[in-house]
Design a binder for this molecule. Sequence first.
Ligand code: SDX
Length: 424
Amino acid sequence: MDSAKLILQGKEYELPIIVGSEGEIGIDISKLRAQSGAITLDPGYGNTGSCLSSITFIDGEKGILQYRGYPIEELARGARFVEVCHLLIYGHLPSENELTQFRDQLIHHSMIHEDMKKLFEGYPPTVHPMAVLSSMISSMSAYYPNSGNGEDVDLNIIRLLAKAKTFAAFSYKKSIGQPYVYPRNDLSYPGDFIHMMFAVPAEPYEVPPVLEDALNLLLILHADHEQNCSTSTVRMVGSSQANLFASMAGGVNALWGALHGGANQKVIQMLQMIYDDNEDYKKYIELAKDKSSDFKLMGFGHRVYKNFDPRALILKESSDKVLEQLGVDDPLLEIGRNLERIALEDEYFIERKLYPNVDFYSGIIYRAMGLPTNMFTVMFALGRLPGWIAHWKEMSEDPHGRIYRPRQIYTGETKRSLKPIHMR
Ligand code: SDX
């Protein structure tokens, strides 16, 4: 089975088949238009592969997620986020020496240029931190102009990973009118972020291990997810040879949307709305099923997972432990569990294979950690950064790489002549 046959308007065309290392089958249509004049049409790209990639494998029917072959369950239990960054970007888990060097570089590049603080001052306190993150990352090309592919790539990757958490923490401090807390070289990646977020100059602050471990887990679970909307955006922007920072800013902006990374913020807002409405979660299940309402059960459903999102399962288990260790009793968690239980028994959700996704439980844990809701999608972006970088690097290094330029089927007016205005 090395080809597929297509019969179009009485003519037969043979199309090559590509089989991936996990047995996925792809029909190569890259010559279809030249041979037949026809293109394919696939709104939302649900059936279309844009590239070959060796970074992440997902099997939506079996609930499998692997980063460079390692199951997400094993990485979640046994790895540190910095190791997973190295794995995704460079294709292998670092040796002890490589990890020491990689970690040391991240530590020594976590400060931002003092002039970049002026950029923060230009925003109103109410600015959404995703707007700040996107513009700060884009502005990095002003401070590090050699950021195209092939130029200081490894150094710019370090700069981006190291400074993104500083941008995020500074945007939070600005929003609450507190002074910035600078990075510390003696803390881990998640620990340093937590310290920058919650320390105040007036008193010493010890990073609680439960927060550090919870954030390490959340960052690993969000680190990559093959060709999702934001990663495909990074590849799209990078395919024009836009620099690393410009490509990443595109990914941040795509992630911000409510149907993608913005969902974790919407989940909490939805649970709060249900809580405030006498905890009537059954009413909202019915609303989600009612086509005349535009209400969706945020945190439910997924384009790829049609069984369960393995990340949601891991987070469901850890949410109990984290809330207990933090001594947090969050009524929204109970509402979330009731929503999940009812939805998983309801024909509408079963028929459409709608299960809780990664965003359903992550917001509960971020909230228990004391993070404000409008920082949730920023946390998703910090986790996804190594995945975006890995895909940008893989795309940039592809010797056969081409600029992304899809086709369309035109449905507008056919050719017509311009009439002078008095004749229209
Ligand atoms: C992420 O791609 C990735 O990998 C993304 C991500 C990653 O790690 O990068 O996993 C992260 O973005 C997770 C998804 C977070 N978004 C949400 O939780 C928002 C709520 N979910 C939906 O908007 C939706 O499920 C999507 C966007 C996630 C998936 O959309 P699809 O694949 O286009 O599915 P669809 O909209 O065509 O839905 C199929 C049917 C429709 O009903 P019918 O027309 O068949 O009658 O299911 C219904 C939809 O109306 N449906 C829902 C629903 N999600 C889908 N109905 C109620 N509530 C929902 N949440």
